[in-house]
Design a protein around this ligand. Structure first.
Ligand SMILES: [Mg+2]
Length: 230
């Protein structure tokens, strides 16, 4: 049984007012959102992004750590307030691909995402996708993305009552960081060029498979379930 571990932003969905909610929460808790407008969020965990922005604004590390629990409370409240009017949008093919994979008995679906768990749930629920992912590992579990596939495998083992490790997993994402994280876990990796990285940039990260998107659902399903060939 293959454990498919999907990234969220740029891989399953796009849009959502998450960046606005994050900036609002940072300003509300710390008095600054740092250099958020030009900051690179891609492939990073939420705590990693928060620390980078606040350190750039000169906030002391003790103050950052002390304020993070309040930051997540404010961020999730703000995201929940904003997202009904601006839901995340499933990327092309996702609305067909994910239910088709969920219906297979040789595939288990999960998430590996830098989003804190509440943010992941709000984004995917707004796009009608949350119900398909019984397990996940989140930025709220660890700020280092490379630690997350192991967390997801342990949760999958508990959920499905059979052992999963990195060699059973496929890590799927839209950034070189997703590929590196899968490789660190000895998982297979599939990169998809629906975020801000081009096919050429993703190819340089050497994923097992590289897709332009999930529009060709049969091709995508084959690549995801047999990333290293049949
Ligand atoms: Mg992403």
């Amino acid at each position: 049984m293959r454990l498919l571990l999907f990234d969220i932003d740029g891989t399953l969905v796009r849009g959502s007012p998450a960046k606005a909610a994050f900036g609002h929460a940072l300003a509300s808790v710390f008095g600054t959102a740092g250099p958020i407008a030009g900051h690179d969020f891609a492939g990073k965990t939420d705590p990693e992004i928060a620390r980078e922005l606040l350190e750039a604004a000169g906030v002391a590390s003790g103050e950052i750590e002390a304020g993070l629990p309040r930051l997540w409370d404010r961020y999730l409240a703000e995201l929940a307030r904003l997202i009904p009017a601006a839901p995340a949008e499933a990327l092309p093919g996702v609305d067909e691909l994910i239910p088709a994979l969920a219906a297979r008995d040789d595939v288990a679906l999960g998430l590996v995402t830098g989003n804190v768990e509440g943010g992941a749930r709000l984004k995917l629920a707004s796009a009608g996708l949350w119900e398909h992912f019984p397990v996940g590992a989140y930025g709220s579990d660890h700020s280092a993305r490379n630690e997350l596939p192991g967390v997801a495998c342990r949760r999958a083992t508990a959920h499905w009552g059979r052992p999963f490790d990195g060699s059973d997993a496929v890590v799927i994402g839209d950034t070189p960081r997703d590929v590196a994280c899968g490789r660190a876990a000895r998982a297979a990796t599939v990169a998809v060029a629906t975020g801000r990285f081009s096919m050429a940039e993703l190819k340089a990260a050497a994923p097992d498979r590289l897709l332009p998107g999930f529009e060709d659902v049969d091709l995508a399903a084959a690549a995801l379930t047999e990333p290293r060939g049949p």
